[in-house]
Design a protein around this ligand. Sequence first.
Ligand code: B16
Ligand code: MG
Length: 217
Amino acid sequence: EYRGIIFDLDGVIVDTAKFHYLAWRKLANDLGFDISLEQNEQLKGVSRVHSLEQILGWGDKTVSKPDFEALMVTKNEDYLARISGMSEEDLLPGVKKVLDFLTENGIPFSLGSASKNARPILKSLNIYDRFAAIVDGNDVQKAKPDPEVFLIASEKLSIKPEKCIVFEDSVAGIEAARRAKMLSVGIGEQEVLKDADHIFADFTQIEIDFIKKIVTK
Ligand code: B16
Ligand code: MG
């Protein structure tokens, strides 16, 4: 019934989510406060600008526009240093099996990520060319939970939103998929992603049969 797949990047294909957290946490610590893991859940899938706004709010800090820009640069440099040296081996367990199945069966897939670093990351993972389309933080005006990123992906795949499946690890992303009228598969904890149509702890828990069942050519 479903014809195309849209993958989130951070926390779904690769475990960069923890490096985003470490980099944001370092930034908060340098400003004199901390970010909890629970607060971090609210940052997943959220754009760089909105993440920083949220974090400064938690720390009760206001900064000038130039300082805000400088903090974003600092965070991104810290993040890029943490993920440098990434390779195919950093694909999360079970992901390759699913991508191989989709490729072999001619089921197109797109990226739908909030990250502005998505393209170089896909290249270091050596899977860039396998995506029929890539939509990332550079291509959208509105951040998740707005459905824009997934709607552009469905357009680029030439597959109607109702025929697309989204794999997501964030609350904001599951909400974006719902608003786009797509089927959502949550990757992570049941309690956090309770609004997803299906939930798996990670890709090793997903049987190819499950994919077969929900997708037909
Ligand atoms: P960047 P996703 C999101 O990627 C991350 O989950 C989120 O933590 C990050 O702030 C956002 O990308 C922006 O990333 O700073 O690299 O542009 O999960 O939508 O693939
Ligand atoms: Mg994510």
